[in-house]
Write a protein that binds this ligand. Structure first.
Ligand code: MCA
Ligand code: AMP
Length: 504
């Protein structure tokens, strides 16, 4: 095959007049029209000097155009690097520079603030809006509507997705064509996707869940997506009657359950509800089943591995578990000190191996070696346990990570910023339970002796530097941090002390 990812997901639909995307305004985008658009973008990216293996950094509002850039990268053999639309210019600068992206595509409203970022990183800057305007859109219009697909192999890189580290800076997870394809194929079968499916798509398309899981499966099956720009309760209620499947983070499901319009009749026709990216509370699973008659299918994945486990399509979907390893994925529980496998039933670190596991972190061989063993097992940093029937449960994390509404937040990044603020001696950032986001961020500040930090000024500095979803919802001043005898900060104690901040 000339280009496995493009040919399998996209190319086979090139002549298809079938609907691919349904838009909120009632419009539709056919497969053929989508791929013509992608071909024009592939042509333009090539004309702009990008060659196979070049990185294309994009910070674009969710739209058919933004998705077509992904298809264009696959067709032209370029590496797609999607970035959260909430990232500030400061955050973006790191990703563009670290990846060596040759082009940064952004919304036309952001060109002014991002011009210095692109210039510093030596990247071209082009703009593309959700309405199809901008410099990139204008230039693409004169490109041919077909493009000679660049030959690639399964082992070639298709995408970089940045994921933060417990220490230090974000790491670019290198995903190959084979990683993405193998997972899409396994999931399409496991979840029985067909051309008759209409997926209600309300996730962002800059992360694995909305981009690879939802979109790649739909493309592989030749189905449709109702493509909402973001999660909105009214839009969900309005569109559910036309959908057959929904994929979401737990916050989607808790928000739906809070709305009286979300009842058994509204979703009686639905085939499947999938949840992932963060723990789905067992009580949400139970409440959802009681309300709708549907058992949410929970699965478990990571940026570095795509999906690893899933509850079964047929057979019990067990609340509080993430199901069984997917076909082709090996999963074991090991002792975090020795790396040895633990007996069935014991709690330890989760390691996974399979065609879904990434190639490593971009230009970070030491980080790669710390987490990806020579024998191919990836150390996830999640703590889990396998029951007698093979169902995996995630019981904790061996990494300092907060998951808020499905977004990963690494305390270290925020602590480094807080520590640098005037009159702050040190800080600790923790995640505490939150009724809407599952967990939310709280910052504890220890003042320099004899000083009182200006909390409002600190908040303003955070707003300048970090995406909104990472901002601490509360900053608390404490005379000192709890430490154990070794001097290590006891975050567990802090989490216990502030557990009821948003829930009671
Ligand atoms: C928005 N805000 C948030 C979050 N989202 N704050 C904390 N955590 C968040 N996740 C901010 C907004 O900027 C806003 O700030 C305020 O919170 C309230 O916004 P609201 O309108 O209520 O939120 P929303 O815009 O409706 O967004 C909530 C959301 C969204 C729908 C849950 O965060 C979302 O779509 N999350 C999905 C993330 C995802 O796709 N994760 C997959 C990662 P202000 O009031 O100041 O304006 S992939 C992955 O993890 C692996 C591979 C896997 O297994 O899938
Ligand atoms: P990310 O690196 O952003 O892809 O996030 C991956 C992390 O999300 C995993 O390592 C888990 O900690 C968490 N995660 C994903 N799916 C689930 C799930 N179903 N239950 C609990 N945690 C999950």
């Amino acid at each position: 095959m000339a280009n496995p990812l493009y040919d399998t997901l996209f190319g086979k639909h090139a002549q298809s007049a079938a609907v691919f995307l349904q838009l909120p305004d009632g419009g539709v985008v056919t497969y053929a029209a989508f791929l013509e658009q992608a071909a024009q973008y592939a042509g333009l990216l090539t004309e702009l000097g990008l060659t196979p293996g070049s990185r294309v950094a994009v910070q674009l509002a969710k739209s058919p155009e933004a998705l077509a850039v992904y298809a264009a990268c696959a067709q032209a053999g370029l590496i797609f690097l999607p970035l959260n639309t909430a990232y500030t210019a400061d955050e973006l600068a790191y990703f563009v520079q670290n990846s060596g992206a040759e082009i940064l595509l952004c919304d036309p409203t952001k060109t002014e603030v991002l011009a210095p970022v692109a210039a510093m990183a030596g990247a071209q800057l082009e703009s593309l809006s959700a309405q199809g305007t901008g410099s990139f859109a204008d230039k693409a219009r004169s490109q041919p509507r077909s493009f000679a697909t660049v030959a690639r192999q399964e082992d070639d890189l298709a995408a970089f997705l940045y994921t933060s580290g417990t220490t230090g800076r974000s790491k670019g997870a290198m995903l190959t064509q084979g990683n993405l394809l193998s997972n899409a194929e396994v999931l399409k079968d496991a979840w029985r996707f067909t051309a008759a499916d209409v997926l209600l798509h309300a996730l962002p398309i800059f992360h694995t869940h909305g981009l690879f899981v939802a979109t790649n499966i739909t493309l592989l099956a030749g189905g449709q997506m109702i493509f909402l720009p973001a999660f909105n309760l009214d839009a969900m209620i309005e569109n559910l009657p036309r959908a057959s499947t929904l994929m979401g983070v737990p916050t989607f499901y808790t928000r739906l359950l809070e709305d009286a319009r979300f009842d058994r009749d509204l979703v009686a026709h639905m085939r499947l509800f999938v949840s992932g990216s963060a723990p789905l509370l067992a009580e949400t699973h139970v409440q959802f089943e009681a309300r709708t008659g549907h058992g949410i299918l929970e699965r478990y994945g990571m940026t570095e591995t795509n999906m690893n486990t899933s509850n079964p399509y047929d057979g019990p979907r067990r609340a509080g578990t993430v199901g069984l390893p997917l076909a082709g994925v090996e999963l074991k529980i090991t002792d975090s000190t020795t790396g040895e496998s633990l007996p069935q039933g014991e709690i330890g670190q989760i390691e996974v191996r399979g065609p879904n596991v990434f190639k490593g972190y971009w230009k970070m061989p030491e980080k790669t070696a710390e987490e990806l063993r020579d024998d191919g097992f990836f150390i996830t940093g999640d703590l889990g346990q396998i029951d007698a029937d093979g169902y995996v449960s995630i019981v904790g994390r061996n990494k300092d990570l907060i998951i808020s509404g499905g977004y990963n937040i690494y305390p270290k990044e925020i602590e480094l910023l807080l520590d640098a603020q005037d009159d702050v001696l040190e800080s600790a950032v923790i995640g505490v339970p939150h009724p809407d986001f599952g967990e939310t961020v709280v910052g504890i500040l220890v003042p320099q002796p004899g000083t009182t930090p200006d909390v409002e000024a600190i908040k303003a500095n955070i707003a300048q530097a970090l995406a909104r979803f990472k901002h601490p919802q509360k900053l608390i001043l404490l005379p000192e941090l709890p430490r154990n005898t070794m001097g290590k900060v006891q975050k567990k104690t802090l989490r216990e002390d502030y557990a009821g901040l948003f829930t009671s």
